[in-house]
Design a protein around this ligand. Sequence first.
Ligand code: GLV
Ligand code: MG
Length: 345
Amino acid sequence: MSHKSAKDFFAPLAVGAPAPLREIPARPSRAIHFFDPSNEKMAAKVPGMIGTVDVLLGNLEDAIKADNKVAAREGLVKIAESTDFGPTQLWTRINSLDSPWVLDDLTTLVPAIGDKLDVIMVPKVQGAEDIQYVDRLLAQLEAKADLDRPILVHAILETARGVANVEEICGASPRMQGLSLGPADLAADRKMKTTRVGGGHPGYLVRQDPPKDELGVSRIEAPRATYQQDLWHYTIAKMVDACAMHGIYPYYGPFGDIADVVACEDQFRNAFLLGCVGTWSLHPKQIAIANKVFSPSVEDIAHARRVVAAMGDGTGAVMIDGKMEDDASLKQCLVLVELAEKLAE
Ligand code: GLV
Ligand code: MG
């Protein structure tokens, strides 16, 4: 049997070396649906979800009780070995790098089901060194298991230090597939005063200016509209820029208020408009929301195709429905057309 060397996968990048821009697998991942592999009832539903969701993720980290960590790991191995995932990707979220479980997660999963795992999500990533550690370990385990396809890595942005280091995290390894926002851990780490898992907050708002009376005095007691702001705008925008710079994918993350499907859709749409390609799903009903929101609408695709057709060789400017379109808006339209084509494949 010919064994691959760890070097055949990915040599760790020299410190400070720019990461190569590369094509990462373009399979869609609008919804990353989390399941608890230690929960037999939940695990039994996994085969029935294949084909209805882009990614199924066996969660080993937070939300899995300490006493169930081994059962979750073993449950994931069992499901992966006995299931053909077809068009659906299989991901896992391993325990954090400072936990007592992570080494066993990696040394168990890669030899057992490394051929089935598409992406490993690494939580609480603080800097490039965390990714380089996982990259190196994966290369060794993959070589030992004689795997011929490298497992990709996805980092969760959920510490203040991680946000500060987001660009180096994205470029830390050619395995980097993408980043997700982890709003709950990030809020705690930053000492934000919200107890919600993602989403907005009614206290984070701006208020309309007060009306003035006939003497020009502001009537601050008058009723005034308030506008809720997005707590996560800054971090998502920063994450999207870092991902675009390194050619990897940005994702929203968890939206914990499962019952509020309307606010969930709004939050997902904000992320889509800002550049994210997908999000997490914590309940089957969030899959449908994500599939809808992270696919361009029929109207947007039709408009984008009209602009592409009207722009001919791609230079100059044209007027469509009273609006100016040029080389730059053509590029915007191509983003939507290319996404629609990828999703239709
Ligand atoms: C997800 O892991 C989060 O902390 O929000
Ligand atoms: Mg977290």
